[in-house]
Write a protein that binds this ligand. Structure first.
Ligand SMILES: [Zn+2]
Length: 448
């Protein structure tokens, strides 16, 4: 072989070493049905409620009417789900979360606020995937319940994407249950997300993954620039455990790797699904909980030790977020429907669908994976068996690398020996079914 040919072969084998998920026609067909026109229509309608402030009231205006309208849409989706989709409000007293916020408390004549949920039951219903947007909006002042707050991008975009995902996914068979959530009171302090995350924790269901779509409108920044084929995915690394942290968080905090939290595994998994099904889009993995000084609905889930992500457009326009509609020095402030790009939102919704369906149609991940503590230059891995798994796949990367770079299918076994050294590499194990749907990776830790 000539030296050039050798180089080409080497380059090719490296290219194929990147672990890509295999295509499922059911998933690629579902992606094609995501419709940008419907997304734009949802955003226009959401903006038409005037304000969707979480504590707003009114008969034609306000969040109560918006909530009813979203519920009706979910009910239409449920009609095509063969009885698998249930729709309900998640109602709670806002004073549960407003403690310490005196300004909000003084306005709290409202005794009940509500998120809207569509729950699509899978054949393994105790496994749950949550996909959310927040349907509340805000003006310049956080507790201003009357000024117009069209909230087209923040977060009409995420809400519309979730509504369209509910419609398209309602007819797809899954193993895991998917909860489509239009959450309330994100702008007040993530109240809707906190309420839902706490219920998930109490009900002992296994939240396998959560994703919030918040500001995915594809806005142009103040220089008229955007990156229409890039989306940012935020994920937290190893959590810090405090004395009052959840047991799950304390366990994760002891994992001997900075970048192998469940949220990071979910972020890498989503990037793989995007590369497989939506190759036009580039995922910008951002290894931090959120943007500088900002927050989102994935946080309460992260704080309970669940795998949770945030998706946000590549460039933001801050004259169009949390602003009273007005014109000042020639700049039009406010979050209007004409500033969002429905084709961009549809692409982000397709990435959601690709990742959620890949996961929901796959077996559950191994409950644990271990690296033997025997001193040697090889690595002995073992893992817990997964019901329904037809084979297992090992993922590997060097310790300084952000994403998995090598994979090996090992068949239907529960242990294997690899020549890569446990000192130099990180390892995880995925379960696969007969159609090669892959579970989330379980990171291998020292043991047995
Ligand atoms: Zn938001």
């Amino acid at each position: 072989m000539s030296p050039q040919l050798k180089l080409i072969v080497l380059a090719l084998s490296l290219a194929f070493a990147i672990p890509l998920q295999s295509q499922d026609k059911v998933i690629s067909d579902a992606l094609k049905r995501i419709d940008s026109n419907r997304i734009q229509a949802h955003i226009n309608r959401l903006a038409s409620f005037g304000t969707r402030h979480a504590l707003s009231t009114g008969k034609k205006r306000g969040i109560v009417e918006a909530g009813k309208w979203i519920k009706k849409h979910f009910e239409k989706c449920a009609a095509s789900s063969s009885g698998r989709m249930l729709v309900r409000y998640d109602s709670f007293d806002p004073r549960k979360f407003a403690r310490g916020d005196r300004l909000a408390l003084s306005k709290l004549k409202v005794k009940e606020i509500r998120s809207v949920l569509a729950i699509l039951h899978g054949s393994e219903p105790e496994r749950v995937i949550v996909v959310s947007g927040h349907y509340d909006s805000r003006a310049s002042k956080r507790n201003d319940v009357t000024t117009d707050a069209p909230g087209a991008n923040d977060d009409g975009s995420g809400t519309a994407a979730v509504m369209e995902l509910a419609r398209v996914l309602a007819t797809v068979e899954t193993k895991a249950t998917i909860i489509f959530a239009a959450l309330t009171a994100e702008e007040q302090g993530l109240w809707g997300a906190k309420n839902l995350a706490q219920q998930m924790d109490k009900s002992q269901v296994q939240v396998e993954a959560m994703i919030t779509n918040d500001i995915i409108g594809g806005a142009k920044d103040k220089n008229g620039k955007n990156e229409e084929f890039v989306v940012r995915v935020f994920s937290q690394g190893r959590p810090q455990a405090r004395r009052n942290s959840h047991e799950r968080v304390k366990r994760l905090a002891r994992v001997p790797s900075e970048s192998d939290s469940p949220s990071r595994q979910w972020a890498r998994y989503l990037a793989d699904a995007a590369a497989t099904y939506v190759p036009k889009m580039k995922i910008r993995l951002i290894f931090r909980l959120d943007r500088f000084l900002r927050g989102g609905d994935h946080r309460p889930f992260t704080e309970l030790g669940y795998a949770a992500l945030r998706m946000t457009e590549a460039k933001e326009n801050f004259t169009q977020q949390h602003q009273d509609p007005r014109i000042e020095n020639g700049i039009r402030y406010g979050d209007f429907p004409e500033n969002v790009d429905p084709a961009y939102i549809a692409r982000v919704a397709r990435i959601n669908a690709a990742a959620i369906l890949s996961l929901a149609r796959a077996p559950r991940p191994p409950a644990a994976a271990y690296i033997s503590s025997r001193l040697s230059n090889n690595t002995n891995l073992s893992w817990k068996s997964v019901p329904g798994a037809k084979s297992y796949r090992i993922l590997m990367r060097r310790t300084h690398e952000p994403t998995w770079t090598k994979s090996r299918n090992v068949g239907l076994v529960l242990k294997c020996e690899l020549e890569e050294s446990k000192d130099d590499w990180l390892f995880a194990v995925q379960a696969r079914d007969e159609a090669n749907h892959e579970s989330l990776p379980t990171f291998a830790i020292p043991g047995r």
